[in-house]
Design a protein around this ligand. Structure first.
Ligand SMILES: Nc1ncnc2c1ncn2[C@@H]1O[C@H](COP(=O)(O)OP(=O)(O)OP(=O)(O)O)[C@@H](O)[C@H]1O
Ligand SMILES: [Mg+2]
Length: 284
C-alpha cells in the first residue's frame, strides 16, 4: 500500500541573497522529492550541496524561487497556512544546545504545543506521551543543561512529537554526539517510524545511518544526483566517491571479501546483511 505523501518538492529552485539584497547563484536547481508517512528518508550530500536548504524549505522557513513545496497538500508559499504547516512538519537541528528553551525537561517539551494553544489536561498527556516515546520520561524533571548530547536531542525530538507533527526533518541530529548518543537518536528515529507512522527526513553525513533508512537521496551541487533503496544507491561506489561521499564499512568489507574470492551476494550494506550472507556461505 502506498503511504501518503507528507512533503513534496516539485522542481524546486532556490537562492539566497546577500546583505545588499542581491541575488546569489541558485543553490537548489529543479529539485523534486517526496517524504511519505512512515518512512525514513536519508539525505546525503557533500558540504554545501543544499541539504540544510532543503530542510528550511520543508516547513516554510524558506519558500522556493520557482517550483512548489507542499506539506500535506498545503503550498508553503501561502502564508495563511504557516501555522498549519508548522503543526505538520517539525524540525530538529544539529546543535542540541541551541534547541532547548526551558530549564526543566518537561517544560521544554511543552513549549511547542503550548504555543499552539493546547490546553491542559491534553497538554500534560501530550508531554508525557512524547517523553515516553523518546525514553526520557524518568528524566522529565531534570535540568536540560545536565543532560548528555543524545539525551538533549531526544528532548528536542520529544518537543516535536508533542506537537503531533506527521513528519520530522532532522538536519544532522547526530553530528555533535558520541557513538552512544548517535545510537539513542537513531533508535528514536525508527521508533517514530514504527510506532507513530511519522515520516522522518534524516540529513546525515554518516553512511552507516543512511544504510538503515528506507530510501536515500544524494544531493550534489543543488541537484538530486541519486535516489533509491540503500542497497541500490550504495552499489554506485565510484560515483559516490566522486560526489564526496563513501559507502558503508560493511559494504567495503563485503567488497574486499568478494575480491578475495568469497562468494557473497551483492547489496550488502549493514553488519546484519554481512552476518546473514556470511552464515549462508559457510554454514551449508
Ligand atoms: N544564509 C545563506 N546565505 C547565503 N548563502 C548560503 C546561506 N546558507 C547557505 N548558503 C549557501 O547555499 C549552499 C547550500 O548550503 P546548505 O547549507 O544548504 O548546504 P549543506 O548541504 O547543508 O552543507 P553542510 O553539509 O555543510 O551542512 C552553499 O553554497 C552555501 O554556501
Ligand atoms: Mg547543512
Amino acid at each position: 500500500m502506498a503511504s501518503e505523501t507528507i512533503i513534496k518538492f516539485d522542481n524546486v529552485s532556490y537562492r539566497y541573497d546577500n546583505e545588499d539584497g542581491e541575488l546569489l547563484p541558485l543553490v537548489l536547481k529543479n529539485v523534486s522529492l517526496e517524504l511519505r508517512a512512515g518512512e525514513v528518508l536519508a539525505v546525503l550530500g557533500h558540504n554545501g550541496s543544499g541539504k540544510s536548504t532543503v530542510a528550511r524549505l520543508c516547513n516554510g522557513m524558506a519558500v522556493p524561487e520557482s517550483g512548489k513545496v507542499t506539506v500535506a497538500g498545503m503550498d508553503t508559499a501561502d502564508e495563511s497556512l504557516d501555522l498549519e504547516i508548522r503543526k505538520t512538519v517539525g524540525l530538529v537541528m544539529q546543535d542540541p544546545d541551541n534547541q532547548i528553551v526551558a530549564t526543566v525537561v518537561e517544560e521544554d517539551v511543552a513549549f511547542g504545543p503550548e504555543n499552539l494553544g493546547i490546553p491542559n489536561p491534553e497538554l500534560r498527556e501530550r508531554v508525557d506521551a512524547a517523553l515516553k516515546a523518546v525514553d526520557m520520561y524518568d528524566l522529565r524533571s531534570a535540568e536540560p543543561s545536565r543532560l548528555s548530547g543524545g539525551q538533549k536531542q531526544r528532548v528536542a525530538i520529544a518537543g516535536v512529537i508533542a506537537m503531533r507533527t506527521r513528519a520530522v526533518v532532522m538536519d544532522e541530529p547526530t553530528a555533535m554526539l558520541d557513538p552512544k548518543g548517535r545510537e539513542e537518536v537513531m533508535s528514536t528515529v525508527f521508533r517514530l517510524r514504527d510506532e507513530y507512522g511519522i515520516g522522518v527526513m534524516l540529513i546525515t553525513h554518516y553512511m552507516e545511518e543512511a544504510a538503515r533508512a528506507d530510501r536515500i537521496i544524494v544531493m550534489d551541487h543543488g541537484t538530486v544526483a541519486l535516489e533509491g533503496a540503500p542497497s541500490e544507491v550504495f552499489k554506485n561506489e565510484k560515483e559516490l566517491i566522486s560526489l564526496g561521499l563513501d559507502i558503508p564499512q560493511s559494504a567495503k568489507l563485503a567488497s574486499a571479501l568478494r575480491t578475495a574470492g568469497v562468494a557473497l551476494p551483492e547489496g550488502i550494506i549493514t553488519p546484519a546483511g554481512l552476518i546473514s550472507a556470511y552464515g549462508k556461505e559457510f554454514n551449508n
